[in-house]
Design a protein around this ligand. Structure first.
Ligand code: ADP
Ligand code: MG
Length: 457
């Protein structure tokens, strides 16, 4: 059997033994690189270090067992980080089809006068971007880039959660560069999805040269939500070359992502190290003062009035997403103008709940615990019983942390649900995880992946 076929057969077997999300996260991008006949060692390639370590620690037994089922000459398995240079035909066609289905017939809102050359939306500018402790570093880095295009921070990588202003900041930077340098510096803004589509279309229509020109001729290339190129081999490869071409010519590259480069599980190692070679800044959740400032500025800009207490109440309740903050404000204002009355507490809460529901999605403690157990492939019962097994220590601490963070359960209540632990143990676990997340990108990544699965609809 050829390597590829053998590996497909092995994956087919493993797929039946582990959960689908785990299979997709860890093994979908794996490959069998070589099989040494002499010593019977197979080499399995994974796209990056994190995946390599994870697969080695967790799936080695099943992989070895399954390989041996098909080829008894195999005695052991080694793991390595391998760049994916080839892409199966299937992947390309499926992307094309999907895109054709979804892009047809979606009219753009009329207000968007997107500049066809740069792809930038003029509505985003720096003066409407409120700066506070949560984003001041990102803002400062963007300003440095505008001042010293291509020279100072290259690439600039901005990451942070949904609705925290990444797109706003990147687009504003593009607009500002065009304005400051009076069109002498060309800018191109794309989402990574658009980039992916362009690559796929260029391959399909045999117009690679046009595509290369489009992306490599600009002075500033901005790619938004770069996390989506992870795991798509052709796109990553094309991006890698584009990146190098621009970088070598001192052209500026600005990227955004919902997480740090180290936490994109399917990102190729060589791209990751390119990203890490530049400047990486994050945007975190805005604090109360900043949320208040954002609301007040928006109110002022729109020439509307809203009583102080209502503004403060919204700022205190909507904590994790500036888009939702705006959404609540718009709905409240609409309600007041439409009904021509003031808003009562009940209606206000209703609006806040319906707007923020997508992120706080009515998850139950059981769902969270199960999702952690599934991720680590430990039995749910080991988490909720007093089990002292070593392999459940970290999963249980993470489960405690998530129950606290997502559901805001009390410490004693969490202790009750997870191993009948004392509330001080729970406090310790939550504090430990919050602290470790800052320093340990692998831990951070695990938690992001669990959350991603939890919040996926
Ligand atoms: P992201 O790309 O991180 O998901 P966006 O840039 O789309 O977030 O921001 C969501 C909404 O919040 C946008 O309407 C944006 O204008 C607004 N917004 C985000 N951050 C700020 C800020 N610091 N000041 C003013 N508005 C902001
Ligand atoms: Mg965005």
């Amino acid at each position: 059997m050829e390597h590829h076929e053998l590996w497909q057969a092995v994956l087919g077997e493993i797929e039946l033994q582990i959960s689908k999300p785990n299979f997709l996260t860890w093994l979908k991008h794996s490959q069998l690189v070589e099989k040494k006949e002499g010593d019977g060692v197979a080499l399995v390639g994974l796209p990056n270090n994190f995946a390599k370590e994870w697969v080695k620690n967790r799936y080695h037994k099943i992989i070895l067992g399954s390989l041996r089922n098909f080829d008894s000459s195999i005695k052991n398995v080694n793991y390595a980080v391998i760049h994916q240079n080839t892409v199966p035909e299937r992947e390309i066609t499926s992307v094309v089809n999907k895109k054709q289905d979804t892009t047809v017939g979606i009219p753009l809102p009329l207000e968007l006068k997107i500049d066809p050359k740069s792809n930038l939306n003029p509505k985003y500018n720096l003066s409407s971007f409120i700066v506070g402790s949560s984003n001041e570093l990102a803002h400062a880095a963007i300003q440095a880039v505008i001042k010293d295009v291509g020279k100072k921070y290259n690439p600039l990588f901005v990451y942070g959660g949904v609705g925290l202003g990444k797109t706003h900041l990147l687009q504003a930077a593009g607009n500002e560069i065009i304005r400051t340098y009076k069109n002498q510096i060309s800018v191109l803004y794309v989402t990574s999805e658009k980039f992916l589509n362009d690559v796929v279309a260029a391959i399909r229509n045999k117009r690679m040269e046009d595509m290369k020109k489009k992306y490599r001729d600009v002075d500033v290339l901005i790619i938004d939500d770069i996390q989506f190129i992870g795991g798509k081999a052709t796109t990553e490869q094309e991006f890698f070359h584009t990146f190098n071409a621009l970088y070598e010519n001192n052209k500026q590259i600005i990227l955004s992502s919902d997480r740090a480069p180290s936490a994109i599980p399917t990102l190729e190692e060589r791209l990751r190290s390119r990203f890490e070679g530049g400047m990486i800044v994050d945007i975190v959740y805005p604090d109360y003062e900043m949320r208040l400032a954002i609301l007040k500025t928006k109110i002022q800009n729109q020439n509307i009035t809203l009583d102080e207490k209502t503004i403060e109440y919204i700022a205190s309740k909507v904590q994790r997403n500036i888009r939702e903050l705006e959404g609540v404000l718009n709905k409240v204002v609409f309600y007041i103008q439409y009904k021509n009355t003031s808003i009562d507490q009940k209606k206000l809460d209703e609006i806040i709940n319906e707007t923020t529901q997508t992120t706080s999605k009515n998850l139950t403690a059981q769902e969270i615990i199960k999702s952690v157990a599934d991720f680590f492939e430990v039995p749910v019962n080991d988490l909720i019983n007093r089990s002292r097994k070593k392999e459940v220590v970290e999963p249980r601490q993470i489960a405690m942390y998530l129950l606290r963070e997502i559901l805001k359960l009390s410490y004693p209540h969490i202790g009750e649900k997870l191993g009948k632990r004392d509330h001080t143990t729970v406090i310790h676990a939550c504090e430990k995880i919050s602290k470790d997340i800052m320093q340990n990108s692998q831990l951070n990544q695990k938690i992001l992946l669990i959350k991603e699965r939890l919040f996926k609809t």
